[in-house]
Design a protein around this ligand. Sequence first.
Ligand code: BMA
Length: 761
Amino acid sequence: MLQLQIKYSIFLISALFCFQNNLAQNNSKTDRIIDAGWEFQSQSEMKLRPASVPGCVHLDLLNNQIINDPYFETNEEKQAWIEMENWEYHNTFSISPKEFKNEHIELQFDGLDTEADVYLNDSLIIEANNMFRTWKLDVKSLLLLGKNKLLIRFYSPVHAYSEKLKNYPYPLPAGCEDVNIKVSPFVRKAAYHFGWDWGPRFVTCGIWRPIHLSMWNNCQINSVHCQTISRNEQKAKVKVSVEIESSSSSGTIDLMINQHSRKIKLKKGTITIQDTLYYRAEDFWWPNGSGAQILQNINIEIRNNNLTVDDYQMKFGVRTIDLIQKSDSIGTSFSFDVNGIPTFMKGANYIPQDLFLSRVSPQDYETLIMKAKNAHFNMIRVWGGGIYESDYFYDLCDKHGILIWQDFMFAGSMYPINKAFTETVLEEVSDNVKRLRNHPSIAIWCGNNEIEVAWSNWGWQKQYGWDAEASDQLWTDYNTLFKSDIPQLLSKYAPEIPYVSTSPLSNWGELANFNHSSMHYWGVWHGKEPFANFKKYVPRFMVEYGFQSFPDSITLSTAINSENMNLESDAMNKRQKSYIGNNLITKHSEALFGKANTFSEYIINSQKTQAKAYAMAIKAHRLRKGHCMGTLFWQFNDCWQGPSWSVIDYHKKGKIAYQKIKELYQPVIAFVEIIDDSVQVSVVSDLLKDIYVQLKLIGVQNNTKIDLWEQEILVHANQMQIILHEKIKKLSTSNIKLNQLRIEMKTAEGFNSSDEIDWNQ
Ligand code: BMA
């Protein structure tokens, strides 16, 4: 009897187990984030305190009142000790019996900054060495039912890499790092954390992006790739590729791609399934100013017996993008065709919004991208000394039509390229390319910032004492990574998006170079050339140029005590990170607006001076539309309260130049120039349709205005047109000596502009 009872109980238990196991098998994939309950400590103090995840050690120290605001006064230097410590992050999380039944339980770390060992229940599971990578592994065999321990130990990159640095055969240029032991080229960590010429040095560390625990059975969607593979004026063809990972070698599943269902035979490993979707021209995605930003829903689902196993939703923009680099009568073009239309790019260079990235809020992203959209940007460059931005950033760019020039994260340095370095970099590239490639905003990948131009023009070989052999080795390694390994990976994962190995491709040293390709023109600022040179040096595509100004006094006062609100104070002086210093700002602003009586006046004059510089440059670039097909000024935003080339300060306040740029980037705009003794009026249109504009030319003599000429003109789509070229004597009957000429433009669509030029003849 007892035996029978035991048998019966065993049958019941195993039936229940089978039933539960089946349930687990049929369960859809679940994902939870391990964000609560974290604590941190330094290895030298060993005292646990509450921590925030995602976050970083500086913010945790701040929240625990161990340190004061890192951005305040000269706290940057007082807090340098933080980068010399190792920091531990501890947590426990629990696994329920139901969760434990899943076939696969994976831990995924979206971002660990940077050099870190990860322990799960005292087993070392990951040795992380790259802030930009996603680390994922199946930890089912290490998990315990109930409580599990997670420990992440972050090592000071300075300590971790100084040995490697010592053993490396050659000294390496290291961005803007300004300390004795320069480890930044060795660490795959945001270069600006080590200091840049617009921001402080805070070599922070921590869990900067979420940690997921995801559980699945049988199979899951690994990645999706959507690409517009062909397009004509009527329609476009989109290829959707879905990579499925399966742990079972038999059985079938249903794969749904936008309601289109098909049966898939499972096999162990990964399989890729493709589908084709067709869209009409009305559904195309366009950049801001060229048309609407229509996003298509792409829904992918795996089903087993009518139950969802895994699903994936995204928004996709149907568009093609081509980078045109052709030899022509003057040199080499550099321009983008979007949906086959040559598109003049207007925008700026973007830097990370903070040194401590977890405190950049969705609201911060929205404010900045809306400011870009409202100022008629259609392109932003995510610069290589920062980070691959958050998904939300690219979602907003998709939604508002801002194309992205995406650098890979390398800037102004040479790297210790060897097998291990290349391996982690290629993982980083594939993680980020797979994450970003479906965004219609991604227009171009660029290998790095300024390495080729520096190699050929900045005298590195002499400065770092490399002999021929060293130079040869470094250059070969560079070429292997940026001209072979990375493009090879891109041709596999995102062949539809153009790639250039570096920016710029041409150097500003010689006038003839402006007929070739992409350019960073730093003659004004680093070369201390006059503003008028912006007019002289117009490239085929301007990726960087700029002039500094100070942020507003309210913004500065959040970091500087009132008694130090002057140029001479240590606190203010140490905010100026460019070797050029404040003197150049003072020189130009005094020449234009006179000596400032107060510091507030100095700030305003610096901003007016910057606005003038940017206006001169943008006018010159737009007037040469055709020759020049893009203008991206340096820089859009700030990462702290300090003087910089930005037009939006750390607290998101627009500087005077922001307003000016908003006017200058309008889709249609009129400009006046004086060429010899003639007045020339031109209209530039980036619109894709013809439009009538009303133009009025006015002469100004002190406070008196004289109407000189007026006309309504049909301006052709996407062109620069010279409307008037006339000797001033023919336009003005009066003998009054004019001080200024002004062209005013109005359109029925609400575009208004006015441009003026001093008349000294
Ligand atoms: C550019 C950028 C940055 C720098 C800026 C100003 O070349 O790439 O490296 O902040 O110059 O010097």
